[in-house]
Structures are given as C-alpha cells and as structure tokens.
Design a protein around this ligand. Structure first.
Ligand code: SF4
Ligand code: SF4
Length: 139
C-alpha cells in the first residue's frame, strides 16, 4: 500500500461483501432511489424491504440470506444501491487505519488490486459516508 493512496478494484463476479453477515443501512435518498429503480413508491419499498427505527433505516433480511437484492449475477439494484454498499471499502474506519484496510483484504479480493485511488479521493468517499450516516460517525 502506498502513502499516496489505496489500491482497490472491485472484482467481476465477486459477491463476498454482499454475502457477509451484517446490516445494510440507508439514507432517505437511498430509499427513494432504490424504490424508483424498482418502479415502486417509496412507501411500498419501505413496507417490503425496510426496518425503520427513530434514527436508522436498514434493509430487512430475507430468511437464510443476507440481502433481498443479492442474486447470482450480483446486486439487483446495483445502479441505485445504498450508500454504504456503493462506497465500500472506502469507509472512514478503513481509510483511517491501514492495518484494518489490509486485514479487510482477506475478505475483499478487490483490496490491493487495480489503479491507485489517491488518498484525497479516498478521504472524500470516507467523508461522504460520515455525512450519510451521522448517527454512526458522531456528526
Ligand atoms: S468483496 Fe470486494 S471485490 Fe468482492 S464484491 Fe465486495 S467490494 Fe467487490
Ligand atoms: S443492496 Fe446490493 S450491494 Fe448492497 S448488500 Fe444488497 S446486494 Fe449487496
């Protein structure tokens, strides 16, 4: 890994991060975009796919699987996928900690591949995460 940036290229056909145990959180804009992508109203999308608390929106999980939208060929809502999915692995905690970035490479084969992403660009993506999920990042 270079001081100047982080190397990453998502690998064709890989679905590992989508099939890893965890939760997918959304912004209100993510919800609206995903609903429109599926030709659903935001209300219908929420009724089918969202668990809402006072501070958070997250995707419900189907029984025995990690995500309703994960299909053999990848994400069914790829062009409108939630912010955390779109920005992975440029999450604040990973961009800020090279050991954690490197360790995450054990489950994400795209880490360490492809062109160098300049550190300024990586930090911009990490800040987009912080703004999207203020309750996680103490904004
Ligand atoms: S685990 Fe990494 S390489 Fe695989 S789909 Fe996710 S981001 Fe891409
Ligand atoms: S919404 Fe799409 S990108 Fe995000 S976890 Fe589900 S299948 Fe993966």
């Amino acid at each position: 890994m270079s001081e100047a940036g982080l190397r990453f290229a998502c690998q064709p056909g890989c679905i590992r991060c989508c099939d890893t145990r965890g939760f997918v959180y959304l912004t209100e804009q993510d919800l609206a975009r995903a609903a429109a992508h599926l030709n659903l109203t935001p209300e219908d999308f929420e009724a089918r796919y969202i668990y809402r608390t006072r501070r958070l929106l997250r995707l419900r999980k189907p029984s025995g699987r990690q995500c309703h939208f994960l299909e053999a060929g990848g994400c069914r809502i790829h062009p409108a996928k939630p912010t955390q999915c779109r920005l992975f692995p440029f999450w604040p905690e990973l961009v800020a900690d090279r050991t954690l970035w490197h360790d995450t490479g054990r489950r994400c084969p795209g880490i360490g591949q492809g062109a160098l992403v300049q550190i300024g660009t990586a930090i911009e993506m990490a800040s987009e995460m912080e703004h999207a999920y203020p309750s996680f990042y103490g904004q």
